[in-house]
Design a protein around this ligand. Structure first.
Ligand code: ATP
Ligand code: MG
Length: 390
């Protein structure tokens, strides 16, 4: 048994989610997934990707290539699972020969055949019983109770064999649902919301309001680092950094209890202008119902009234603890909790919790806030950011 070849593979097989494959958009989705995987693989490896009927295959062979490609797939939505594999011919003796590369002598292994192509002369149980019969040749021990598994996928012209399946991120390929303007603060919630929006195929355009005196000071904060954790999922994104001082000056004249809802109306209006520029109809926020005073159903309704976009609030069903767990899992949390100058100064101890639309609109009007969104957007710094090399 050629031990030195143990870690070499014939490639990585990628399976995509089944549900959305049935629809009319199947072809389009697969093309998007191919585009996204190629971007994630980068120049060095994108040429290695090819379609193999209902799967994709990366022709990576050496341990180093395989490791690098597996790492890239971790950030791609629309993948159900993936696995490094070796090929055998559609002959059970050859399967046995190839299987020896995967396991050490004495290991117990569950044999899990699957005939994607059924016009072969053997059944799945023929494969299992042949392995059991030839146990002396194998080295490892077929055992249906083992947690280690040898998967054998029988295709038309050959079979692919793998032992380790990695779970993909699921969801839809980014871009499949168009663009969304993602209102991104420096807090815990909105970066998690951005992740779930991307999971449903939305391509993010980030919009951040900052209270620092200059963009260079903003760049010295945690904000670029936080965004950089999200960027690999969409292979880069456009980001609008909008200064908040015009809003702050206007809000100073008003009773403090309205500041939070006024801020919300202001950021929604700006998001709508960005959506028009970007050809998007969707705004994503990190709000979760009832979490803070501005997030009552009444306040959210009043601030969003008149905005001609669809709002998605992916965290609506999440408890704070669940959001924190997701934030930790995604590697965002430690950055999110670093102190940061809030755009909304939260001066009020008694923010209004149930304002009506007409009342909010009148307060907006009397403080001359109608043109705030467009004036602030004119001062935006817009960047196309790519993820820092991993
Ligand atoms: P987060 O943890 O996301 O900051 P939060 O619990 O602080 O949310 P709010 O301050 O009410 O709640 O903000 C609600 C949402 O409004 C945020 O999730 C985000 O989508 C948006 N938002 C708030 N501040 C900003 C900002 N400075 N720039 C862009 N969007 C913002
Ligand atoms: Mg916040």
């Amino acid at each position: 048994m050629p031990k030195e070849k143990e870690l070499d593979y014939d490639g990585i097989v990628i399976h995509f989610g089944e549900l959305w494959l049935k629809g009319r958009n199947r072809h389009e989705f697969i093309e998007l997934l191919v585009r996204n995987i190629k971007r994630a693989l980068g120049a060095a490896d994108s040429e290695k990707l090819e379609k193999l009927r209902d799967r994709l295959v990366i022709n990576a062979h050496s341990e180093e290539e395989v490791r690098r490609c597996l790492e890239s797939l971790k950030h791609v939505f629309g993948i159900s699972w993936y696995a490094p594999f070796r090929i055998s011919s559609n002959d059970i003796n050859d399967m046995i020969r190839v299987s020896k590369y995967f396991f050490h002598d004495g290991e117990s292994v569950r044999i899990e055949p699957h005939r994607a192509y059924k016009e072969v002369s053997f059944t799945s149980s023929d494969i299992v019983s042949s392995f059991i019969k030839l146990v002396d040749e194998l080295g490892f021990i077929p055992d249906k109770k083992s947690e280690k598994t040898l998967h054998i996928e029988v295709l038309k012209d050959f079979s692919i064999m793998h032992k380790e399946r990695f779970q993909g991120l699921g969801g839809l390929p980014v871009g499949a649902s168009g663009k969304a303007i993602v209102l991104l603060s420096g807090g815990i919630d909105s970066p998690v919301a951005a992740y779930y929006a991307m999971k449903r195929g939305l391509e993010p355009v980030y919009l951040h309001f900052y209270a620092y005196p200059s963009i260079s000071e903003l760049k010295g904060t945690k904000m670029p680092k936080l965004i950089n954790v999200l960027l690999p999922y969409s292979e880069g994104a456009k980001i609008y950094y909008v200064p908040v001082h015009l809003f702050q000056i206007a809000a100073l004249q008003e009773n403090q209890k309205y500041e939070v809802v006024l801020f919300k109306k202001f950021i929604y209006e700006t998001a709508q202008l960005v959506a028009e520029k970007e050809g998007s109809k969707v705004i994503v926020t990190g709000e979760s119902l009832g979490q803070v005073s501005s997030q009552t159903a009444e306040n959210l309704t009043a601030s969003s009234m008149g905005i001609k976009c669809l709002f998605f609030r992916p965290l609506i069903g999440f408890d704070k603890q669940e959001i924190i767990s997701a934030s930790r899992r995604l590697g965002l949390y430690d950055l999110s909790i670093i102190p940061y100058k809030d755009a909304c100064s939260l001066r009020s101890r008694n923010p209004v919790t149930r304002i009506g639309y007409a009342a909010l609109d009148a307060i907006y009007e009397r403080n001359g806030m109608r043109s705030l969104a467009s004036e602030s957007l004119e001062k935006a710094t817009v960047e196309n950011s790519v993820p820092e090399t991993r």
